[in-house]
Design a protein around this ligand. Sequence first.
Ligand code: FES
Ligand code: FES
Length: 874
Amino acid sequence: MTDLSAPPAAPATVGFHVNGTPVSVRADHPHLLAALREELDITSPKDGCSPSGQCGCCTVHIDGKAVVSCQQPLSKVAGKHVVTLEGVDAGERAAFADAFAACGGLQCGFCIPGIVMRAKAQIDKKGADLQRDDMARHLGAHLCRCTGYVKVLDAIEAVAKGKEFDPRLSNVIGGAGVKYEAGELALGDRGYVDDMRVPGMLHAALHLTAHTRADIRAIDTTEAAAAPGVHAVLTAADIPGEQLVGIIYKDWPVMIGVGGRTSYAGDVLAIIVAETREQARRAAQLVRVGYGVLPPVTDAVAALELGAPIAVWGTSSNVLSTSEYARGDVDAGLATATHTVHEVFQTQRIEHAFLEPESTLAVPSGAGDERHLDVYSGGQGVWDDRNDIARMLAVPNDQVTVTLVSNGGAFGGKEDMSNQAHAALAAWLLDRPVKCTLSREESLLMHAKRHPIRLEYWAGCDADGKLTALRVRAIGDSGAYASVGMKVLERAAGHASGPYHVPSIDVHATAVRTNNPICGAFRGFGANQAQFAMEGVLDRLAAQVGISGWEIRKRNVIHPGELWGPGQVMDDGCAGAEACLDAVKPLYDAARAAGKAVGLGLGLKNSGLGNGFREVSRAVVRFRDDGRVEVRHGWTEMGQGVHTVALQVAAEELGIDPHRIDVIVDTTRELGFGQTTGSRGTLMAAGAVRDAASAALAAGCLPEVDYVGEHVVDWTQHLGDPEYPNPTIHAAFGYATQMVIVDRETGKVERVVAIHDVGKAINPLLCEGQIEGSVHMGLGYALTEDFPADPETGFPTNMTLRSLGIIRAKDVPAIDVQLVEVPQPRSPYGIKGVGEIGLVPTAPAVAAALHEWDGQWRSVLPMRASAATTDPDD
Ligand code: FES
Ligand code: FES
């Protein structure tokens, strides 16, 4: 029996030194990282995967040795000396910050503080003798999803050799200046949402379903509500307004309540709000749920059969969408072709693996009619999020502000809301600030992935290798809720023929609902899958004709004035495709002459939403009284450098020192119009900032005045719209050729040459970094990455970062980037965008190179279990 008169026992503590200062922390933290971040408020070590120790973001030094702090129980740290980046000597900090900035060694920056601590340990040990290969091996404990490691290693080498830099922002379009805020990012000083703390803040954790398709018969929250530190347990019954949210269709439940039915592994059944994150997470395990389990629908093709069970609660069909178009006589084109190919390609589901798991902080204020909710989010569409949160809370939009906090990577995976609504609901109902940060496992379960697509291709060409006809049938597994799955399959359909002219074409693509993980936006957005197939078809035809991969592409590449697949008459911008192809020719010939196994890929990717959307971007230029100049825009900075673009455009147009400029994402002035997606941020932001700058110049740049600029793209038409036989479905495209060289002895990719037409590179250093990162992601897509779901349960089977198959630093081949600039008509400065095209040609180029190596055609991704595998029979 408990003695209630006895004073409560003082919580046990653990003592050690942090950055030279003795500290004492609660002993119940699950690991050192939690003690550093949650109790000591030391936030340079980031939490990408705790407690699994697989991303390296939390690396610190303990007694001079680099270790991942999420794997250190406090009992092991007692009495030791811990050093974080905050405690590193100021001169050394500056050397790292300058080198990473000057070399372009970071994008979102989330991984970099951990990498810096690892690099410091190696440099402390080896000094200028540190070898690049050696360092790459030590980065095996780290993941970077943005950079491809090339410029990360450049920066570390520079520090090791004592190279000094004077990193400067550029004041011109085309200047290779450093990234905006690069130094702060490198040192972990620029906070992400999970680094934010406000007084009185509570923590929320989520209870997710145990079954992907099950009726919810009961939810018992008693035990969870009684757990230590718990303030509330909320269920769907607590939602005051709409329970369904979604970017395009409102079909994604914020929570499933009693009487409802689950539809995928990421469905949320309860929100637990507690004093600490650990208390909330522990209590989340105490929610008891009564399920009526139903067999899940996990095969997208079978889901289309007559009589197949309906996968998703509240829907009446498993067909999410169809996209189709046709022109010319495809049957005749195939019948009269000299050579034909019929092939089925299957691509895999892929996880974004951005290093920063989703985190949201919601802060209520005011009372009565004056109540307001500020939501801090790293999402890609804060305007959509605000509208859905307001609908869910049953309040007008202007009672909610969603403020964008630059995130630690997204790649499309932060377009849908994940935990924004849950944090918002908890904060609103409890009238307390609430932060909800997903664990890596929850992140893997909840957000949308890259679609696996089955692509059946029939293609024909004449004796010279000129395409005569193409028929495509595509079925994409879109998972449970719509997200933007219909748009991904629409984009796959539109890009089905690649950057080629095909006289007759017939394309049909279906997005299918299943109980597998939701699929939605991911860098490339359907274009990757389709062009893996199309490029594979071209290589097979080239082999039949007896010409090279380069030659068949040259004979079919689209030219200005020609009809592209969906019937669009291509403008002068499309000359970029041939320019990339011509640029690679001497390198291709030389590699073949040297006896290398060489593969080529040629691709295109739209920039902008197109398809009849009216796209609007606004920006504000404001000269402040204190001499600084604000540039405000509405696009998400997620590592891609949109802030730097805005800054360089403003500096050039206004003729001012870029170091006077503050770039601000403004969510109070209605500057944003939709998601930062479709490779359009650079183009749309640049156009709006240029316009705002010219408005300022015309009016004399008066202090404390908002000069507003706008860029509008409103001349596209919808794919397959019978009203437009030749629809301009997209206003701009990026183009790229990549050449992959495989070593004949080892079968290993030894070099990738990436030649990209970006229209105009606002900042070539950042552009190159984007492409290197894309190639790294593309090689993983080609060779090693997968995110399968169990066909019996619909649950993902790879539930750790390590199991995703992301290529580590030591296995990244040499990547040579070459930029081509064929300007895009009607686009500011001729910009085409680079965000997504980067990995479109990679997988097909790898497939072609591997065919050169062993004579095997490959049609299924990923193509091999390991990038380092040398045996073709593996
Ligand atoms: S958070 Fe520690 S290794 Fe990922
Ligand atoms: S810069 Fe490395 S994960 Fe973004």
